[in-house]
Design a protein around this ligand. Structure first.
Ligand code: FES
Length: 142
């Protein structure tokens, strides 16, 4: 089987899908090569990710990785959310086929972009905290 049971399960029954009207950090990343788009909404209070939602216009692996990524950062500190790597998301899903790894990078980037938006709204330059934001096209150079 190409996809693990966990991938199929998160694809069929995605967690935290939708929008957050009271989000205070929103990030959208797109992949010009495949045309997929992922949007992350974060509600951060006292440095904790109190709530998170995602919208993914993309392939099944992108949906499964965004679902898993939201589960991995919900209730966690900003620091933990910042450190979430696509590798950790892929491991939590029991792996992805190599051609689908770039989809998981989209989830990591969407979270970082949403965190950058959160800092920017507070008047804080996110670059010293998060580093240069990933180039969305970078997900196809792996
Ligand atoms: Fe584009 Fe999966 S094929 S995100």
């Amino acid at each position: 089987m190409l996809y693990s049971e966990k991938v199929m399960e998160h694809f069929s029954n995605p967690r935290n899908m939708g929008e957050l009207s009271d989000a205070n950090g929103v990030g959208e990343v797109g992949s010009p090569a495949c045309g997929d788009i992922m949007k992350m909404y974060l509600k951060i209070e006292n440095s904790i990710v109190e709530d998170v939602r995602f919208k993914t216009f993309g392939c099944g692996a992108a949906i499964a990785t965004s679902s898993m990524a939201t589960e991995l950062i919900k209730g966690k500190s900003i620091d933990d959310a910042m450190k979430l790597t696509n590798k950790a998301v892929v491991e939590a899903l029991d792996g992805l086929p190599p051609v689908k790894i770039h989809c998981s990078v989209l989830a990591e980037q969407a979270i970082k972009t949403a965190l950058a938006d959160y800092y920017t709204r507070l008047g804080i330059n996110p670059v010293p905290i998060l580093g240069e934001l990933p180039d969305p096209e970078a997900c196809h150079v792996h």
